[in-house]
Design a protein around this ligand. Structure first.
Ligand SMILES: Cc1cc2nc3c(=O)[nH]c(=O)nc-3n(C[C@H](O)[C@H](O)[C@H](O)COP(=O)(O)OP(=O)(O)OC[C@H]3O[C@@H](n4cnc5c(N)ncnc54)[C@H](O)[C@@H]3O)c2cc1C
Ligand code: FES
Length: 268
């Protein structure tokens, strides 16, 4: 695929908009929010990232990645006009069909906003199908917030309630959002669990402390969805890299309900 656009989100995080080199693939390629791909920097290898763009917009895919090691460093060195490899879409998706008519609560931390952003825009593109939309998003510091222009856009929409937060000490003098960890801000936002689903994604520690808050607010585990991030290689259930007991994160996931996660073996 061709990198049509490269945007620096934070000092170590970039977003690529990728367009298809084969017009026939561009015409037919479709995916669902929550699915992922295997992206390759030629000569360096492949990395797994979610598809961060909405399933309602065709002809391109976007990914947002953090510089972590070999492949992501090689990808970071590329720019608009360069070619990268892409395999996908793989995995299951957030069950948006089940969520029609319901209120939605999105909770994300750091780069965990990438898969959630795909769902948020998919929902906003078909806004009439859903009830209230509440978003709680936090990062370590103001400079670590990704998709800053979109956060501004959501903040200005009357049909979205956005709570932005940074960890204590991560604020700047002109920061107007909340200061505090994501679970605390979810508790403060106190979204109603009535006819609602929650979608959360972020570091394991954030998930661990947000789940009890959602439970306290009345969310049933079967109506709370998240994505898991085990190391992957093939992405299609063949190599046995990503399993948790009998469950393959690449094939059976990466999207699971909190109810399903509670049933997984303790190794997770
Ligand atoms: C379903 C799925 C979706 C993902 N979506 C995204 C995304 O949208 N954006 C993004 O930036 N990353 C995402 N990741 C994580 C991403 O795949 C890894 O960070 C990336 O492969 C690192 O590649 P690398 O070669 O640069 O680093 P490596 O050289 O392989 O590793 C660098 C360091 O990161 C650690 N590491 C590597 N992979 C993981 C992992 N999966 N979990 C925890 N630690 C890891 C290694 O142990 C090492 O310390 C996703 C992972 C999965 C499984
Ligand atoms: S990544 Fe190979 S089996 Fe899941």
């Amino acid at each position: 695929m061709t990198i049509a656009e490269a945007v620096d989100e934070t000092p170590d995080t970039r977003t690529f908009r990728l367009t298809f080199q084969d017009p026939a693939v561009a015409e037919t390629f479709a995916f669902e929010a929550g699915q992922f791909g295997e992206y390759s920097a030629f000569g360096a290898g492949e990395s797994t990232f979610c598809i961060a763009s909405p399933s309602t917009r065709r002809g391109y895919v976007e990914c947002t990645f953090k510089k972590a090691g070999k492949v992501t460093t090689a990808l970071s060195d590329l720019n608009a006009g360069d070619t990268i490899g892409f395999r996908g879409p793989y995995g299951n998706n957030f069950p948006l069909d089940k969520m029609e008519g319901a209120n939605l609560v999105f909770v994300a931390g750091g780069i965990g906003l990438a898969p959630v952003r795909s769902v948020i825009w998919t929902v906003l593109d078909e806004r009439e199908k859903y009830g209230d939309v509440t978003i709680v998003y936090g990062a370590r510091s103001v400079s670590d917030l990704v998709y800053k222009r979109e956060l501004e856009e959501w903040a200005g929409r009357a049909d979205v309630k956005l709570w932005q937060t940074v960890d204590p000490g991560g604020e700047t003098p002109d920061w107007k959002g909340e200061i505090g960890f994501v679970p605390t801000i979810v508790e403060k936002a106190a979204p109603s669990a009535d006819n609602a689903f929650a979608i959360l994604c972020g570091p394991p520690i954030m998930i661990k402390f947000t789940l009890p808050v959602l439970q306290k607010l009345g969310f049933q585990d079967s109506r709370v969805y998240t994505t898991l991030e085990n190391r992957m290689k093939c992405g299609i259930g063949k190599c046995g890299r990503c399993n948790i007991g009998p469950v393959y994160v690449c094939k059976d996931g990466p999207v699971f309900s909190a109810e399903e996660i509670a049933r997984l073996p303790q190794e997770f």
